[in-house]
Design a binder for this molecule. Structure first.
Ligand code: 5GP
Length: 112
């Protein structure tokens, strides 16, 4: 059963894609929590941080380089926040690991 985000990768569900390469996809969140809210995902189905394998180290590093590139592409010069929710208490709702990239307003701390 493909994940919701794999369906976006396969263009079975529409999304506003801002970046794509062989390993990763970045697209705008359907329910943005900031003026810019992009999700960066691996094309490989990894459910969560808890499901990472040692061999995924390079892939996860790549995702953060994608974050850097998307931030540059979208001209997020005033800064941004990255978030990876994990599990129930972490607020994860889609079981396909993703980095939230949030920008465009001052973000408060601590998070809710
Ligand atoms: P999580 O809560 O798992 O950390 O984040 C999942 C994110 O996926 C949420 O911010 C939610 O708005 C977003 N999302 C859920 N379904 C869709 C969808 O069909 N399309 C897009 N673009 N984003 C989605």
């Amino acid at each position: 059963m493909p994940t919701l985000f794999t369906k976006i990768i396969n263009r079975e569900i529409p999304a506003e894609i801002v970046y794509e390469d062989d390993l990763a996809l970045a697209f705008r969140d359907i329910s943005p929590q900031a003026p810019t809210h992009v999700l960066v995902i691996p094309k490989k189905e990894i459910a969560s941080l808890d499901d990472l394998e040692d061999g995924d180290a390079e892939l996860i590093g790549h995702l953060f380089l994608v974050v850097r590139n998307v931030a540059s592409q979208l001209e997020l010069a005033d800064g941004y926040r990255t978030v990876i929710n994990c599990g129930r208490d972490g607020g994860q709702t889609v079981d396909h690991i993703h980095i939230h990239l949030l920008a465009g307003r001052p973000l408060t701390w601590p998070p809710g």
